[in-house]
Ligand binder design. Structure first.
Ligand code: HEC
Length: 219
């Protein structure tokens, strides 16, 4: 029996905990990332396109790929999410001129396709929920995890209108979407992982009977 258990354990895929990201101390919060939560990803995509893409691009993601992965019909994507000139197969670049933006903010708003990998989902979530009033700053706000960030608190109105839980949940949706965008294939592998586990479990049944059969005369 022990031999069988060892064999099965080595077959089971081990899911390693995600690597923790960077410093941020007491202000770091855990991001509610769930790549199987399509509703959250769809909300995040919509919030991102409407509030962030005026400045930030998403160069390595195509509208069509997003439509497919997040179960959003392509017509809806074209109507409500793609404000550029682009076709549904184009990348999510935006119309902002990087040099002009740099003149306005002092730094060009970076492309955000890989931001959750460069920083970490927890950092991004803590950043989005970490703005606080600070009159010494050009836009009247500072940030707990990114001191003196050149980005205005673009969600300030939303933060005032919603209660804390609703606001955190909206920022969680954006973070979830950005995490998906950084590794679109991960969503698929997670789904596959479940099938693999089910398959291994089913395999366990004939394996068990075989084992009994082989050892019945020895025991
Ligand atoms: C008005 C323009 C503008 C808008 C709109 C905007 N940002 Fe930014 N963002 C910036 C600028 C400029 C920076 C660079 C800040 C710096 O380096 O000091 C930045 C930086 C960031 C960073 C940090 C990137 C890094 O690793 O340094 C994240 C994350 C981010 N923005 C997310 C968002 C999200 C999410 C939204 C939408 C809710 C958004 N931004 C909307 C201008 C903008």
């Amino acid at each position: 029996m022990r031999k069988l258990m060892i064999l099965l354990l080595t077959l089971l895929p081990v899911s390693l905990p995600a690597a923790g990201g960077g410093a941020g101390g007491e202000h770091m919060k855990e991001a509610p990332v769930n790549l199987q939560d399509q509703v959250s990803l769809q909300k995040g995509a919509q919030l991102f396109v409407n509030n962030c893409m005026g400045c930030h691009s998403m160069d390595y993601l195509r509208y069509s790929r997003m439509a497919e992965d997040l179960d959003i019909p392509e017509e809806l994507v074209q109507k409500h999410l793609n404000f550029g000139e682009g076709k549904v197969g184009s990348s999510m670049t935006n119309a902002v001129n990087k040099d002009e933006a740099e003149d306005w903010f002092g730094v060009a708003p970076p492309d955000l396709t890989l931001v959750t990998r460069r920083r970490s989902p927890d950092w991004v979530y803590s950043y989005l929920t970490g703005f606080y009033k600070d009159d010494s700053q050009a836009y009247g706000y500072n940030n707990h995890v990114f001191k003196n960030a050149a980005m205005p608190h673009v969600m300030a109105d939303m933060e005032q209108e919603l209660n804390e839980e609703q606001f955190n949940s909206a920022m969680g949706d954006i973070t979830n979407f950005l995490t998906y965008a950084g590794e679109p294939h991960r969503q698929e592998s997670e789904r596959l992982g479940v099938y693999v586990l089910v398959f291994l479990f089913i395999l366990l049944i004939p394996a068990w009977f075989l084992y009994k059969e082989y050892w019945k005369d020895v025991d």
